[in-house]
Design a protein. Sequence first.
Length: 100
Amino acid sequence: DYFHEMLVHQEISRLGRPGFIDSLGAGWLISAPAVYNFASEEVRQRVGPQLLRGEKWSALAISEPFAGSDVAGVRCTAQKTPDGKFYIVSGIKKWITEGM
């Protein structure tokens, strides 16, 4: 929740390296809530604890020239290939936060 996020940021700020510390959690802080608020119960139960333990990373891939960070305005789509190994992305992406 936002209250505890605020507490974490205040405590981390005491280290005197806010840019570095923020970079460690910036993508996670905007993507993990999507898992907890909008994913199916099965995904929340399987992925949620792994995110909290740091075993998995998450990314919110929403930025594109037409939508910016407005999730409702995204036009891009991604579909798995028939073999399930890759995604075919149609559209234009500017960047993906925490994308590797």
